[in-house]
Design a protein around this ligand. Sequence first.
Ligand code: GLA
Length: 351
Amino acid sequence: MKRLPLFTALLGALGASAETPLKQTYADAFGVGVAVQAAQLDRAAEGELIARHFGMVVSEYQMKANVLAPREGAYDWSAADAIVAFAEANGMRVRGHALVWHQSTPDWFLEGGDPAVIRTRLETYIRDVVTRYRGRIFAWDVVNEAAGDSDGTYRENAWYRATGKDYIDWAFKAARQADPDCLLFLNDYGTERRAKLERVLAVVADLTDRGIPVDGVGHQFHLGRGQAITGIHEALDAVAKAGLVSHITELDVSAYNDPGSCYVNQTDCQPELAEAEVAGFLAEQANLYRAVFTVAQDRPSVHAVLTWGLHDGQSWLNNFPVRRSNHPLLFDRDLKPKPALQALVDPAYER
Ligand code: GLA
């Protein structure tokens, strides 16, 4: 629909937004979602923006084991329940994230080191969590970041050291048993890079060959400035070829493109973007966001795209790999739509 400037100005004066909702723009192709924190849902401006533009939420950290079960059997559902309630009140779907992730595993899971005991703890935890949200969470990231970077097919994390790759099988089987209708995902980062993609595919093949129930691959797609779109096609196409669906689970586009050393020991990280450079980056970012959504739209195997946060003020990238102001999301720190949002919803947006 063509917007008259007067109409747009009027909406602006009323404090409303003139943009077509993002979820509506892509409704025929895939669900559009956003990572949220429970507290922000109570802030009216943020809650309204989330409900208006997104059809799906995922919890940024409040459905991880260290939050849900800091001690064995002592669950704290408060934040997770609030997120699910918000979604239901607004007709949105919920992605669950993440049942097993080495970085959010409380110590009690692996204590003692006996694989049989660890297995029981894991199965009990997954049964309890997945059962609580059965029929309300449509997809779970069952295992997050199981593939290796330089250490081989499997990441040699604390779970792997305790159980080998068995923990992955146990987790998927327990999740399927607790909710047979829920879609089960293996989620990982870096699938836009071929070497990592191959490792993720090797893990997937190992699971599917042995009949372990896995429905899809979650591609985090934490992208950086200058990311080539070919890596995105290749990742999505390879997963489709393996017979699974894809969700783009944690999309953001950093203003930086740091060398490996910045991640390893915080050296040679790029300096904070100067004020004068921001507009140029935002235009470049808009093109990359649009390219990713278009690639997703062209592929029937892609069923969801979620951004890892709502606005630039609340992004992990302001603190990782170093403290530095970043601009990775679709809304700015004042909740104003950025060029990237315009590029996604406005067919007349000029590159
Ligand atoms: C990984 C995890 C997410 C989140 C980000 C950083 O991508 O999958 O849950 O912790 O790191 O915010």
